[in-house]
Design a protein around this ligand. Structure first.
Ligand code: ZN
Length: 63
């Protein structure tokens, strides 16, 4: 697994990473969250992942 798209953390046992959802609606929400909270001009690649810490933060943004 790669590094978290939002914070750059590597995947570890304590902080696992998740791939971006395939579902287009959810995927757009994840992308919007990364852009709003971390990187305004960010675009995902097929290898993009989010770590658990960022996912928890983003969960409040991703409804
Ligand atoms: Zn992260």
């Amino acid at each position: 697994m790669g590094k978290c798209a939002a914070c750059g953390s590597k995947s570890t046992q304590k902080n696992k990473t998740s791939v971006f959802p395939k579902d287009p609606d959810r995927r757009i929400q994840w992308i919007a969250a990364v852009r709003a909270l971390r990187k305004p001009n960010w675009n995902p690649t097929k290898d993009s992942v989010l770590c658990e810490v960022c996912f928890i933060v983003f969960k409040f943004y991703i409804l």
